[in-house]
Design a protein around this ligand. Structure first.
Ligand SMILES: [Zn+2]
Length: 411
């Protein structure tokens, strides 16, 4: 009989081990028999792998399940304290960072201000933020398995290079490597909207959903896409630039330099710009007294009955619904998760969004579509970046980003 060469046997074993770990993480607690049934592996293979995972401290036995006659089966679940990861959200003027366990539970979170846009200073600031996060969490540095970094812009996750950053004006700069060299653990760079999408895929509403999109609304508008259970990046890592779909020819100027983009019509700054224009025209609105004029002030005015505030939020929602309808027609998702800071505008914005989405989606595609709102602040973004590392730990080796090395299974 021809045995597969040693290298491929190791790979098959690694794939099976991650399959088992993934099942326990996503569906656990499970018995060994459950795992064999769900994975298609033999009970002997499952017993061998779970034995190794228990020895490594990654999973443990937690009591017994329902018996189908005979002895009650022992259940296995992930040991969330078997390792830890750090997530970083790099923003224009601040760095949010969080340390999480393997269940993506945030154990410590901090925000550090950032005063420079120059690459060496920003890299040093990220390193300091990560060091402070680990130190303040009380977790030993040797137990941190990897670092995830999320940032706005076009990011090549494969190579850890930021292709374009609108905030910092960077083009083709290496971010992941110098930080990995400092800490001696894998570092994953990812577009920030993608980090939230990966977080939803592994730990949120997107769990076990084959086709879904995450749309973020705040300072900008973006989208993360999961198709056939796989996260979709596009050729350059730029898939999901929903905010820059042109919806109105000769419309308002966008940060990207073009006119009439969805973002320029519907993101938070667009709402405030329209509010200032209404005030300047002398429209009857109590927003004229708002100081400072913020999205919260617009929402508060809408709650208090101000017709203009309601109209501004509804206009934003309608453009958003029209943009998401394009995504629905292209991808036919089962689920749309709307996240980001802009979610705090509530139903004044998202009621009209749902109406416009149903009005503009192709016949039938919005009928069964589920739309959920999930507010995101600094901590959620940092946790999202941590989930990129956790996703790498739980996914099969063949789908991993080989160039950055594997997240080590703790010994
Ligand atoms: Zn644009």
């Amino acid at each position: 009989m021809n045995r597969p060469p040693k290298g491929s046997r190791d790979l098959i074993k690694a794939i099976n081990r991650n399959l088992v770990l993934n099942l326990i993480q996503s569906r656990g607690p499970l018995s060994r028999t459950d795992i064999a049934r769900l994975s298609g592996l033999s009970l002997a293979t499952v017993s061998e792998i779970t034995g190794e995972l228990i020895a490594a401290g990654l999973i443990h036995e937690v009591g017994t399940g329902e018996s189908s006659g005979g002895r009650r089966p022992v259940l296995l679940r992930l040991n969330p304290q078997a390792g830890f990861v750090v997530g970083v959200k790099l923003m224009k003027h601040a760095i949010a960072s969080a340390l999480t366990d393997l269940d993506a539970k945030v154990l410590h979170h901090r925000v550090t201000s950032l005063r420079s846009a120059r690459l060496p200073q920003v890299l040093r600031a990220i390193i300091r933020a990560v060091e402070a996060t680990i130190a303040e969490s009380g977790v030993d540095r040797s137990r941190v398995l990897g670092i995830g970094i999320g940032m706005a812009g076009i990011v090549d996750g494969e190579s850890g290079i930021c292709r374009y950053s609108p905030f910092f004006g960077w083009r083709n700069v290496q971010i992941a490597e110098p930080i990995a060299a400092h800490f001696g653990i894998p570092v994953y760079l990812e577009n920030d909207v993608n980090t939230l999408t990966i977080a939803e895929q592994w730990f949120g509403y997107g769990r076990n959903v084959e086709h879904f999109v995450v749309v973020t609304v705040g300072r900008g508008i973006g989208a993360g896409i999961v198709v056939n259970g796989q996260f979709y990046r596009g050729a350059l890592g730029g898939a999901g630039e929903l905010g820059h779909i042109t919806l109105l020819e000769d419309g308002p100027l966008c940060d990207c330099g073009k006119r009439g983009c969805l973002e320029a019509l519907a993101a938070d700054p667009a709402v405030l710009r329209a509010a200032r224009a209404a005030i300047a025209r002398g429209e009857p609105t109590r927003l004229a007294e708002a100081d400072p004029l913020t999205l919260e002030a617009v929402v508060a005015a809408a709650e208090a009955g101000d017709e203009w505030a309601r109209k501004l939020l509804a206009d934003s929602g309608r453009w958003l619904g029209m943009g998401i309808a394009i995504l629905v027609n292209l991808l036919n998702p089962q689920l749309v998760i709307v996240g980001g800071e802009g979610v705090r505008a509530g139903e004044w914005r998202f009621g009209p969004m749902r109406e416009a989405l149903r009005a503009h989606a192709f016949n039938g595609l919005a009928d069964e579509l589920e739309v959920v709102l999930e507010p995101a602040g600094d901590e959620t973004w940092a946790r999202g970046a941590a989930c990129v590392v956790l996703g790498e730990l739980f996914k099969p080796p063949i789908h991993r980003r080989a160039r950055q090395g594997w997240v080590p299974i703790p010994a």
